[in-house]
Ligand binder design. Sequence first.
Ligand code: EPU
Length: 418
Amino acid sequence: MHRDYLIIEGGKSLKGEVLVSGSKNSSLALIFASLLSEGESLLEGVPELLDVRNAIEILKFLGAKVKKVGNSLKILPKEIGCMAPDCLVRKMRASVMLIPPLLKRKGRAVVSMPGGCAIGVRPIDQHLKYFKRAGVEVEMEGGYLLLRGKKLRGCEFTFDRITVTGTMNALMLSSCIEEETYLHNVALEPEVLDLVEVLKKMGARISLKGRSALVIGKRDLKPFKHRVIPDRIEAGTLLVAGAITKGEVVLRGAIPEHLKSVIEALRRANQEVLLEDGKIYIRGKSPIKPLSLETREFPGFPTDMQAQFMALLCVAEGRSLIRERIFENRFKHVGELLRMGARIYVKGDLAQIEGVKKLYGAEVFSTDLRASAGLVLAGLRAEGITLVKDIYHLDRGYERLEEKLKKLGAKIERETQV
Ligand code: EPU
């Protein structure tokens, strides 16, 4: 694990145009989905990230041939094994999405049971409940999940709570079953819909109505060619960077419909956001107005933008409230923001943020991916120098964020701690 850190000299207004990279969470799902077919799939617009590199390593370990040219991936999984490499799987929760392809291709899957992580307990009970309903035998042994799926069947299943990768897993498995599967209370995040597009290209029939899906799968799924959607969270982070630095930033390649709740929140905070010629413009304005926000499943305000907005609201004029409704432990950045002069009080799932006139540079630690992004944004605004340590978290999900910010005029450098 590398120990790079970022040095940020705050106070520079960002200005200029920036291209949004491909979506991390779409890419991860689609990389695993490519294993559903034996043929060669082509995935374009894949961002260069630590999580993506790990996913590729997992595929290679399983026996797939993966060729990477720029942001394109050619994946040929002709022969694959059924046991996922423990050390890699543990690094990334998204690897639970290996289960459907392994079940389909090998009739069984062995993966280490994902534990909790920095942002919450993150159980996978809903994934397992659906798998069992679809005829999969599930056992736990020594921290491993052993799944057998000799006779898979269509079924009707209602998720007790909305889950993104749980929905993705159910869509992937049901796409291999030549019977009708009815799924209710599904997640509708753009990354889920991107997967639906791909599964359709592979030959599954999927129709969505509200939060219900009817899936009629196919045994022999075809390989696919697909360009991943742009990363709405990277886009949102860059918009906040424009706002918090009182800058003028133009995003190319983002999809405004994916960012509706984020744009609406920025506008309520008195920030100017314009949509023109497929681009999103933000002009940071004073004062930043305080907000009441609640994280919700899409189309609600994303939990993955919570830390970034908290940084923004630290310098708003007045009191803001943020309720985190998706993860039970996603306020770890608060302690670090306090070190920069923020005034935040947390009680349970509610954070009360009293706007301050200034943030001050400090040495702060990344605790998870989006928390790190929030700290970088705070550093861009703060007076003086901010050191953001342990940015391997940031590298998991942002493609060269510091380079993009630098091009926009930020004073930011990466240093390697030896
Ligand atoms: N949950 C359960 N049981 C389950 C599944 C989920 O109780 O079987 C709970 C979770 O503990 C959590 C809530 O339901 O409290 C929502 O979890 P969800 O399953 O939707 O999250 P996820 O699929 O594990 C994905 C993204 C996250 C993003 C969340 C919410 C990927 C690889 N990860 O996680 O992305 O925060 O959806 O939108 O797609 C990130 O990119 O920084 C990130 C953490």
